[in-house]
Design a protein around this ligand. Structure first.
Ligand SMILES: [Fe+2]
Ligand SMILES: [Fe+2]
Length: 249
């Protein structure tokens, strides 16, 4: 359910995705960010291949890692090619993207994670990635080379999504459904925390701005009024003053 909800939200956000990918600079940034996530994910899965005691999983993890590293390369090369093709500097004020990346492998933890938990996490992440890449493939229809990359990567992500589920059912036949639910809940919770952090930052900025324009002006007004009452320049000390002239106060 949370994942279906996520897919529905993604579909509803299609105009935003189109807006993000419609701008040249944002497109390049997205591709380069994806390159990082895919490469990091590939390295982590390579580590999983090293530590798993299961020979079949070792082979599958290795294939998976090679795929992710290749995805990273494809995204990086495409981003670099677009950058080379660009003749002028950035044209937009806002070059960031309000939406999270496609894969979600950046949350991956290998050390101390048993295979069933890792497989459940990978299955959920790959399923989400497949849904996202399907949307991205459609919104970059003006750019056949980028579209071809999404097309190719999408096929791999579907394979990753399926093998992780099959293997999860093999290594954890009694609890695999529960594992998937746990992975979905954990992913949803992390998404919520990220969103909450962004909203907290936004809220903090708004409150501080209001404080600056609403609370500070009265103090400025009082300070200016007090300043007017103060005599200008040097002031003679009264003869009956008892305090030491060398005292700080
Ligand atoms: Fe990938
Ligand atoms: Fe993948």
């Amino acid at each position: 359910m949370p994942l279906r909800l996520g897919a529905r939200v993604d579909r509803m956000m299609r105009p935003v995705h189109r807006w993000v990918w419609g701008d040249f600079d944002r497109r390049v940034r997205k591709l380069l960010a994806f390159a990082e996530v895919e490469t990091d994910g590939g390295r982590d899965i390579l580590r999983a291949a090293e530590v798993t005691p299961d020979p079949l999983l070792r082979r599958l993890y290795l294939e998976h890692a090679i795929d992710e590293l290749r995805h990273g390369d494809l995204f990086r090369k495409r981003g670099a090619a677009l950058l080379r093709a660009r003749s002028a500097g950035p044209k937009t004020i806002f070059s960031g993207t309000p939406l999270p990346g496609g894969h979600g492998l950046d949350d991956l933890r290998i050390e101390g994670e048993p295979d069933h938990r890792l497989l459940a996490f990978l299955h959920v992440a790959e399923k989400a990635a497949a849904g996202r890449f399907k949307i991205y493939r459609e919104v970059v229809d003006d750019d056949p080379s980028t579209r071809a990359i999404f097309e190719e990567i999408l096929r791999d992500e579907v394979f990753h999504m399926n093998y992780t589920y099959t293997q999860l059912a093999r290594v954890s036949p009694k609890t695999y459904r529960r594992q998937v639910w746990r992975a979905r809940a954990s992913r949803l919770w992390k998404r919520y925390l990220r969103l909450a952090a962004v909203l907290a930052g936004l809220f903090g900025t708004i409150v501080l701005t209001i404080q600056y324009f609403v609370l500070l002006p009265p103090f400025v007004w009082f300070a200016k009024r007090a300043e007017k009452r103060e005599p200008l320049g040097w002031v003679p000390i009264a003869r009956d003053r008892q305090e030491s002239p060398t005292s700080q106060y």
